[in-house]
Design a protein around this ligand. Structure first.
Ligand SMILES: *Cc1c(COP(=O)(O)O)cnc(C)c1O
Length: 305
């Protein structure tokens, strides 16, 4: 924060470090494995999970300027950015994928963004896809009337965000042998792995199909730290067909996990992570005596009543 007028992020009162809870689960216990839940979903009632860790350093860097960012119609990142804007008094602009959505009633996720004061701009899919090209980005910002804004990339993952997620790893030093997290852009994994102690391993579970994420995560580590950091890898088997695909089997698994542990299970990311960990435990992938920490990066939206 360089300006005395910039509202303080501390005013948001995040709960840090986030709590760590042990989960008694026979599917792990019979393999001699301990399961911990790293409750990043409890960091802040509105700025949940890894979105807090990624946004906080960017909001500081924005220094009171309008923040513009990008996402799909159900983006957790857009909602988190809009909530942060309202809480901190920072204007926000959301560039939403799909100009066919313009003029239609907002879905509940975008309605929440708008209620938090985010100005929405609907971009056609072709431009949206090419938004990392300088010329296309400039055009999008011009069309959104946000040319002087501070730009946070889609999913919120840039060098600042990745460095912010290092703290997640640091909070888990010496608490677990393996720390697992669901991956969209890989930014959270990139920072988490860098914050762990030597001997600890990070495991990413991509929720998108494609198998391209390891290269992206490595690129983010290079951008944030100058090179690859920490011991990490990915298991690409648990995307269930791709982003936002939640087949009945996964939904039933998540509902059962909620019953067992009283944990609201976010379906797009967290359910896939937990399903992956149960499968890996069943396969004997973790030696007896291993402690596995699952990072609970978010909560279902809308909140189940
Ligand atoms: C955004 C998000 C992720 C993915 O984070 P990346 O840093 O993009 O990999 C994981 N879990 C939840 C709940 C999210 O909202």
């Amino acid at each position: 924060m360089t300006s005395p007028d910039t509202p303080g992020l501390a005013g948001l009162r995040p709960r840090l470090p986030s709590p760590v809870q042990e989960a008694a689960d026979d599917r792990f216990e019979r393999r001699g494995v301990r399961l911990l839940l790293k409750r990043d979903d409890l960091i802040h009632p509105e700025l949940i999970g890894n979105k807090w860790r990624k946004l906080a350093p960017n909001l500081a860097a924005a220094d009171g300027r309008t923040v513009v960012t990008f996402g799909g119609a159900w983006s957790n990142h857009l909602r988190a950015t809009a909530a942060a804007g309202r809480l901190l008094g920072i204007p926000t602009v959301g560039v939403v994928r799909g100009d066919e959505l313009a003029g239609r009633p907002l879905n509940p996720s975008l309605a929440r963004c708008a209620a938090d004061g985010m100005r929405l701009h609907f971009a056609d899919r072709a431009s949206y896809r090419r938004k990392s090209e300088a010329g296309v980005l400039a055009g999008l910002l011009r069309a959104a009337d946000a040319e002087d804004a501070y730009v946070v990339p889609e999913g919120g993952s840039n060098a600042q965000a990745v460095r912010g997620c290092r703290e997640l790893g640091a909070e888990l030093r010496d608490r677990a042998d393996v720390v697992a997290v669901a991956c969209g852009t890989g930014g959270t994994l990139a920072g988490l792995a860098a914050g762990l102690a030597p001997g600890q391993r990070a495991l990413g579970v991509p929720v998108l199909k494609g198998g391209f994420l390891a290269a992206g995560t490595e690129a983010l580590q290079r951008e944030a730290f100058g090179g690859r950091r920490g011991d990490w890898d990915m298991d690409d088997r648990f995307h269930f067909g791709g982003y936002a695909r939640v087949p009945g089997e996964l939904d039933a698994f998540a509902a059962d996990f909620e019953q067992r542990h009283g944990l609201p299970v976010e379906r797009l990311y967290v359910a896939k992570l937990l399903y992956g960990l149960v499968t890996l435990a069943d396969e004997g992938a973790f030696p007896r005596g291993t402690t596995v920490a699952a990072v609970i990066t978010g909560r279902p939206f809308p909140d189940p009543a």
